[in-house]
Write a protein that binds this ligand. Structure first.
Ligand code: NI
Length: 192
């Protein structure tokens, strides 16, 4: 296993469409496990192969309360429902977060790491992560979903929002991010 370099915006590979995987072989699985290590080392929730310079339709997702990382080959979103505002970041755009809209619920199909076809109904963080990572495979970035530039802001290493001068914005200030209920807080955490 190895940690790979993560490409950053505006690297052109991040704007390319990844190619369908035709054979799940050792090389592809090695890439998948390297991506899991790379995602975990960077503290992210997901990573797409484009982000390590490989144009293959392969993503990995690490949901905090799950022990094993998920590996999906040729993931495809089959259905989406609803709309909700979430806070999102990307390992290819370190130091920023944005408020964007994502689906409330998605159904997706893929092959897992054993080459078994799976069909999964997802909500919360998994739904947000799969939408973000499938976007990557299509050359789409989370910034493309920004409705207003004011919804993009800088954050420090701990995820605290910073003002234009790079100072922390305290939570009780009126211009801080809107307070969220306990229930929808996890979905707004750091998707990468
Ligand atoms: Ni990303």
């Amino acid at each position: 296993m190895a940690i790979r370099d993560i490409l950053e915006i505006p690297h052109p590979i991040l704007r390319q469409r990844a190619k369908r995987v035709r054979r799940v072989d050792k090389k592809l699985l090695r890439l998948a496990y390297d991506m899991v290590d790379t995602m975990r080392a960077a503290g992210g929730v997901g990573l797409a192969a484009n982000q390590v310079g490989e144009l293959r339709r392969l993503v990995v997702i690490d949901i905090p309360e799950e022990e094993e990382a998920r590996i999906y080959i040729n993931p495809e979103i089959l259905r989406r429902e609803g709309e909700r505002e979430v806070e999102e970041g990307c390992l290819s755009h370190v130091g920023y977060r944005a408020l964007i809209n994502r689906s409330v619920w998605v159904r997706f199909g893929a092959l897992d790491h054993t080459e078994k076809a799976v069909r999964i109904d997802a909500e919360d963080l998994l739904a947000q992560a799969i939408e973000h990572e499938v976007d990557h495979l299509n050359g789409i970035l989370y910034l493309d979903h920004l409705a207003d530039h004011a919804n993009l802001y800088r954050v420090d290493q701990d995820g605290h929002r910073l003002d234009a001068e790079g100072r922390r914005i305290e939570d009780d200030e009126p211009d801080a991010a809107p307070p969220r209920s306990e229930e929808d807080a996890p979905a707004s955490m750091k998707i990468r």
